[in-house]
Design a protein around this ligand. Sequence first.
Ligand code: GLU
Length: 599
Amino acid sequence: MLWGGTVRRLLPFVLVPFLFVPATTAEAARPPTPSGPTATGYGGAVTSVDPTATAVGLEVLREGGNAVDAAVAVAATLGVTEPFSAGIGGGGFFVYYDAKTGRISTLDGRETAPRSMTETAFVNPETGQPYAFQEARVSGLSAGVPGTLATWDAALQRWGKRSLAKNLRPAGDVARRGFPVDQTFAQQVKDNEAAFAQFSSTSALFLPGGEVPAAGSTLRNPDLAATYDLIARRGIGAFYGGEVGRDIVTTVQRPPLAADPALDWQYEIRPGGMTLADLRAYEVRRPAPTHVNYRGYDVYGMPTPSSGGATVGEALNILERSDLSRLDKTQALHRYLEASALAFADRNRYVGDYTPRPLLDALLTDGFAAERACRIDPAKALAKPVLPGVPDGRYDGCATTSGGAATDFGKSTTNLTVADKWGNVVEYTLTIEQTGGNGIVVPGRGFLLNNELTDFNFTPTQGTAHDPNLPGPGKRPRSSMAPTIVLQHGKPFLALGSPGGSTIITTVLQILVNRLDLGMSLPEALAAPRATQRNTASVTAEPAFSSSAEGVALAALGHTYTPTAEIGAATAIEFLGHGRLLACAEPVRRGSGSAGTVR
Ligand code: GLU
C-alpha cells in the first residue's frame, strides 16, 4: 500500500493527523491506517473526503464486510465528521456494481416534498415574489423527507453482509468519543454562524459557548451517537414514523428558535408542512441506471430525479463526435465546455422528477447528440445561453428552439467510492444540499435537516415551455449528483463522483475527459484545474484553469471567465487489473481527501 502526498505540501493548512482505531480493536493496538489522497493496493479500497471515515471503511472491509457494508459505515461516519455536507437528515444516490451478476443497480434516496407542498411554495404570498435564497433555505419549508437512512437500509437488505446496527457502530463510537475539528469544519461553521445562531439546538451543538469551535479542538456529538444506537436497536422505523420522526416533524413545523440569537438574521424563519404521514410514506426507488457507450467504455449513471446521468451522458455523446485525443488541448477543452453548455440547456428544459423515461433515453441517443454537436463552432464560442434541442427522433439539422440558463446555488455534499475483494463497487453521493443544510439541528438527535427542496425552481424558468422542476406534492427536486461507474468489456474500469451542486456534472465529465481522452493518470485527472460551463454567459473557472495556456487560448475563442476558488471534491477508484486498485481523493480541494487500500 502506497500513499502519495506530493501535492499535500501545497495545502494552505495541515490536516490534523487524527487516526481512527475502532473500539473493538483499540485494545489490540492495531496500527492505524495511514491515508493520503492516493493509494494503490489490493483487497479492497475506500476513498472519501475524510481520513476518519476512510479508516472506518477500511476496517469494515478488513473485518469481512463487503463494499456495501463499508459504504454505509463510511457514510454514517461522514454524518458525524462532515455533518454540514451529509447525514441522516439528508438524501443521496447510490450506484452499485455487483460482481456476481455483472449488473449495475441504483438506489434513489432523494428527499421528497411533503404532500402539502404546492407549486408556489417558494413564492411569498404577501409580495408575489420568490423568497430570497437564504430565506427559503433557513426554514422548515426547505426540508424534504430525508432518504439517507432508508437508502442504507435498502442497500444492506439487498446486498450487505452485515446488519445496519453493526455498520452504524463505528460511526457511533466516533460521535461519542469525539473527532478533531479541522480548518474546513471550523470555516463551515463560521460561514453559517448567523444561520446556526437562530436555533437553540444548532448553537448548542456547533457553537459551543457561543463560539465557532477552534481548529484542533475535539467535537463530541453524544446525541447523534444515541440516535444511531436507537436506530440500531429498533430499526429505521424509529425514524420513519417513530420517535425520531416525531422530533423531525416538530422541528420542521416549529423550528426551535434561540431565545437570544447572537447575530442578526434578516429573514423570518418559516415553518414547513412535513407530517409523520410523509415520513411513513417515504420510499427508496430503484430506477434502471442511465447508460451511454463512450469510445468503447460503458458509462452508467443516475437517472431522474437526478440530472447527473442524463447530462454527463449527453455531453459524452456530443464529445464522441470528435476524437479529442487527436485535437490540441485547447480544442479538446473548447468542445468540453460547449458540449456541457448544450447538455445543460436540454437538462434545464426536459429533466425533472416526472420526466418520462423514454424522453430521458431520447436525450441519450447518438442521433440527438449528432444534431447537438453540429452546433459547435471550432473557431468561436457559442453565445450563451444556448437553446435546448428537440429530442423527437427526427435528427436532420441543427435545433433552434428557445431556452434558459442553469439556476443552482448548491456547494455542499460529499462523495465516497468503495471496492471490495469480491469485486463489488459502490459509488455514492449524499448531501443535505447547502453546506449546513437548512441550519436546523433536530433537538436532542444531533443531526441537521436538509434544505433539498430549494433545488426546485422557485418560479418557472423555461418561458412559455413547461418547467420540469417546479415544486409539487410528493415530488423530488431535480439533482445534479452524478455517481458514475464505467465498465470496460463488462468489468469495472473506473468509479467516480463529486459534490458541488450543478458543477458535479461538469466535474465528473471533466475527469472522464482528462482520464479517457487527454492521457492523464487518475490522480492527474482529479488534480487538474477545473472549469464549468452550465449554459451561462461565462465559464466559472478555477484561477489555475483561466490562467493556463489553454485558458488564455479559450478566451481568444470567446469564452469569458468568472473566477471561483475551487470546484468539486471528487473521489474515484480505478481498476488496474489483476485485483489492483488505485484509490484517489482530492490532493488539495476541500482540505484534501483520504484514500486507502486494504493491502
Ligand atoms: N443539492 C445538490 C444536488 O442535488 C447537491 C448540493 C451540492 O453538491 O452542493 O444536486
